[in-house]
Design a protein. Structure first.
Lengths: 140, 387
């Protein structure tokens, strides 16, 4: 077995540098405004080659989840989870749900990104956003 | 528009495969019976013998993605006028296209894979296929690896949205074990129940051990010939009545077509084409062979190809049935879960044998049309085999 590795193409480097700084940045198309993930040379929506790196809010909604009962990497002993979330900005990203998991279905739960040291590198995770009646009232 | 140009242009005139059971025992005992080229050569010779033709009749060659085209041709001593590399389903379609266009008349399709004895990994640090399919390796930092996990993520969402239960998904593994229990070529022949399924360990929850395909060594070969030549070669040529393909690669790495669509729109487009080209409907199909790296391919294909209404497949599998005992029999050899993991190739020869009536104890009665379907790595592919 071995430690999990990042895919690090030319376009992944700025993204991982932003994660090291503690805030995920993705490419936003300068022509149509769409965010893309994973990073790449062209906008799949409009084929523009012009993009800038923009920080995402870190707010997202869970689309699905799995729990691994088999260990594939030294740095991820089973059991552990993985979730697919849709960022507020549009792209779907796979990450880890940190903290106590929800009871019942995880789908539709709102999460917020956090950043932690893992196997010598920073990476994002997500925590449930507790939007209770008290906070909702306070926000109003 | 439905193109009918490939309707009954070509037929399968011969099939062959290696001794999956015997080789598996030897590999597990620490031996290495063959490499990928050797397994391919054994299967090729068996397919030639089955078609009753000589190697000199072959003028086209397609090899599976696990071997190099030029080297297979060299090993088999073949100088052809057309060829290339493809997976099982695209290989059959490309053979039809080559025959239709006159580039070849008799095409050998040869696959060999020593994945078990070579200890190929489909998850973890050296996961196979990551070069072509970024999703297989991109999410590794979060421990999200293995093709099983991609399907587990997809199917968890499907289960939550549709209400399909784990016990209903278990119908797939149970049905395929019933089939493999009647198949002397199958690696796993012990029948299981839904209770056995539910008490088996999770690998990537919600998928259990019995939802995962086997990993074993072996080879498969087919001889696909221009239809009139196939009739001369074989007493029971199996016609290719229709073929179809529709891809979904946009957003593939972030799992968009899996999580948002379950590949359904691609399957619906492929269904329209394959049934249109064959001139039949789902009701005319006697058996369905579905690429089953994981059991959850089956319910999604049954819905995607219109064998039941969207959202109803759990009930369909439980009540109508998907086994040799009841309903629409799927993966009648045991498929990848229970017969042999030949990456779609064993499904092609099972379809041929069922249409020929050579299924033995697992024969589907009055088998007229066998529909093959796969949705591997964003490609929904269909082939309709018939008399």
């Amino acid at each position: 077995m071995a430690t999990s590795q990042r895919v690090m193409t030319h376009f992944d480097k700025p993204m991982w540098a932003s994660i090291e700084r503690g805030r995920l940045e993705l490419q936003a198309c300068l022509d149509c405004g769409q965010f893309r993930y994973p990073p790449g040379p062209a906008c799949p929506h409009c084929l523009s080659m012009q993009a800038e790196w923009r920080a995402v809010s870190g707010r997202a909604t869970i689309l699905s989840w799995v729990v691994f009962h088999k260990t594939y990497f030294d740095d991820h002993p089973a059991p552990y989870n993985a979730i697919a979330v849709r960022l507020e900005e549009g792209p779907i990203v796979v990450t880890t749900l940190a903290g106590e998991p929800p009871r019942g279905s995880w789908i539709g739960k709102e999460v917020e990104f956090c950043y932690e040291l893992h196997a010598g590198r920073m990476q994002h995770k997500a925590r449930l956003r507790h939007v209770g009646p008290l906070q909702a009232g306070a926000a109003a | 528009m439905i193109r009918e140009d490939l309707h009954k242009v070509a037929a399968v005139a011969g099939v062959g495969h290696t001794d999956w059971v015997g080789d598996h025992l030897r590999v597990r005992a620490g031996e290495k019976p063959q490499d990928s080229y050797g397994y391919g050569a054994i299967a090729f010779k068996a397919a030639l013998a089955d078609a009753g033709i000589d190697r000199s009749d072959i003028d086209g060659l397609i090899v599976g993605p696990t071997t190099a085209y030029e080297r297979v041709a060299e090993v088999l001593g073949l100088d052809v006028r057309w060829g290339g590399e493809a997976d099982a389903m695209l290989g059959v379609i490309q053979a039809c296209m080559a025959i239709k266009s006159g580039m070849a008349e008799v095409v050998a399709l040869v696959y060999g894979n020593d994945q078990r004895s070579a200890a190929v990994n489909y998850g973890g640090a050296n996961a196979q296929g990551g070069g072509a399919f970024l999703a297989y390796v991109y999410h590794a930092p979060w421990g999200f690896t293995s093709q099983g996990a991609l399907y587990a993520m997809m199917f968890r969402r499907y289960m939550e949205l549709s209400g399909l239960t784990e016990a209903e998904l278990g119908e797939v593994a149970v049905a395929q074990r019933l089939a493999s229990s009647r198949n002397p070529n199958a690696l796993m022949r012990k029948r299981i129940t839904v209770e056995d399924y539910l008490s088996s360990p999770y690998i990537c929850e919600p998928l259990h051990l019995f939802d995962y395909c086997l990993i074993n060594d072996g080879g498969v070969a087919l001889i696909v010939a221009e239809a009139s030549r196939a009739r001369k070669m074989s007493k029971t040529p199996v016609m290719i009545h229709g073929v179809a393909r529709s891809d979904l690669n946009r957003g593939a790495t972030s799992l968009e077509p899996r999580l948002v669509d379950f590949y359904r729109s691609a399957q619906q487009r492929a269904a329209e084409q394959v049934f249109g080209m064959a001139g039949i409907e789902p009701d005319d199909v006697s058996s369905l062979q579905i690429y089953d790296s994981f059991s959850c391919h089956i319910p999604l294909a049954l819905e995607g190809y219109g064998y039941c209404k969207p959202g109803e497949v759990g009930r369909f599998m439980r009540e109508h049935g998907i086994s040799l005992a009841k309903g629409l029999p799927i993966n009648t050899s045991g498929g990848h879960l229970s017969e042999s993991y030949m990456q779609g190739w064993n499904h092609q020869i099972e379809a041929v044998r069922q249409v020929r009536g050579e299924g033995g104890d697992r024969q589907v009665p009055d088998c007229r049309f066998v529909h093959y379907s796969s949705d591997v790595a964003g490609k929904a592919v269909s082939i309709m085999y018939g008399r």
